[in-house]
Design a protein around this ligand. Structure first.
Ligand SMILES: NC(=O)c1ccc[n+]([C@@H]2O[C@H](COP(=O)([O-])OP(=O)(O)OC[C@H]3O[C@@H](n4cnc5c(N)ncnc54)[C@H](O)[C@@H]3O)[C@@H](O)[C@H]2O)c1
Length: 338
């Protein structure tokens, strides 16, 4: 069965390609390499000796998207990762984010709807909840006004898919709301490759660990949490990748009672910034150079998932611990720096 993975050279996409191939699917990757490199294919090949088909296409170009689907009429499912994802950059360049994250989705859906049954998985985010009123966060928690254009593109993306599903019963879709993906494949053949200064905690920690960054700034230790630092739900990227495979199979096998569903994908456990640092120090045997600085505006204090829906309905559960995820991130960082 042939599955399209957009953004399949990126961090989460590449790990999902490996898991799809491990489950017997034929994968076609479409990526414009705007935030990734073609070398990722060699990393995938090194893991499982399977080379996915790759086409370099910018999904904003609707004629190219149309042509792609004409050449691949046998695609039965799409996992749509391709998007721009830097929250800070989205505040500076909102038009780029609305164009890239919304037009790519529309161009894909235009080609997918109206065909025979099609399965579609959308990369959404826990950012849609903002600072939720209750922990852990269930899928029923209200979607709050987005803090950034990036977050807004995820909310709008979900709404677009939901509206289209209402009038296109052949379209079977799931939005997966990721919490905080970290880590790398245990083989250290693929992982996260942030361009420039990392926006996320874990790559900043590992880059500081190898000496690429001088010091990690911890934004605030006076939050109302046990150690005063912000709490997030860090999920190993391989666990997240596996969630895509089970979600896709739910659609392909017609196990979904509604043609649009939403699932949280997290571990269900919150870890503070200081706990993540302690985990890094445990697995690397290194002391991390960090200092506490002022709070950063816009940071949510605490966010961790209620994973009951994904556990019960998808039959999926995160398996890796925080230490295992940090170890894989550290192994990957050392490999790419060597
Ligand atoms: N990483 C996270 O923390 C996180 C959290 C929640 C949701 N998400 C979402 O998950 C998805 C994947 O995230 P990631 O961390 O793997 O990001 P990534 O940047 O590593 O991967 C995205 C890939 O999409 C490609 N791409 C971007 N625009 C494209 C276009 N117009 N045409 C074709 N390819 C294009 C990039 O080159 C890149 O390879 C994104 O939609 C992101 O918003 C990520």
């Amino acid at each position: 069965m042939k599955i399209l993975v957009t953004g399949g050279l990126g961090f989460i996409g590449s790990h999902t390609v490996v898991e799809l191939q491990n489950s017997g699917y034929d994968v076609v990757i479409v990526d414009d390499c705007s935030n990734s490199s073609e070398n990722v294919i060699e990393g995938i090949y090194a893991i499982n000796a399977k080379r996915p088909v790759f086409e370099k296409i910018d999904l904003r170009e609707k004629e190219k998207v149309r042509d792609f689907f004409k050449r691949h009429p046998d695609i039965e499912g799409t996992i749509h990762f391709a998007a721009s994802k830097a929250v800070g950059e989205s505040v500076e360049k909102p038009l780029l984010y609305y164009e890239n994250n919304i037009s790519t989705l529309i161009n894909l859906l235009k080609e997918i709807i109206g065909k025979k049954k099609q399965s579609f998985i959308f990369s959404s985010s826990c950012t849609v909840y903002g600072q939720a009123d209750q922990m852990p966060i269930t899928e029923d928690a209200p979607v709050k006004k987005a803090e950034s254009p990036y977050g807004n593109t995820k909310q709008i993306g979900e709404e677009i898919i939901c509206d289209i599903c209402k009038v296109n019963p052949e379209l079977q879709a799931i939005s997966l709301r990721y919490f905080n993906p970290i880590g790398a494949h245990p083989s250290a053949e693929i992982g996260e490759l942030p361009i420039g200064v990392p926006q996320n905690l874990v790559p900043f920690i590992t880059q500081t660990g190898v000496g690429l960054r001088e010091q990690l700034a911890v934004f605030g230790d006076d939050y109302p949490t046990p150690d005063g630092t912000c709490i997030r739900d860090y999920i190993h990227v391989v666990d997240l990748a596996k969630a895509h495979v089970v979600a896709l199979e739910r659609l392909l096998k017609g196990k979904n009672p509604q043609n649009y569903e939403v699932f949280n994908v997290g571990t269900g456990e919150g870890s503070s910034v200081l706990e993540v640092i302690a985990s890094f120090e445990r697995v690397s045997g290194k002391k991390l150079n960090y200092s506490i600085v002022e709070r950063r505006s816009g940071d949510v204090i605490t966010a961790y998932a209620d994973t009951k829906k994904a556990n019960d309905i998808l039959g999926w559960k995160a398996g890796f611990s925080l230490d295992q995820a940090m170890k894989s991130a550290w192994d990957w960082e050392q490999k790419i720096r060597n």
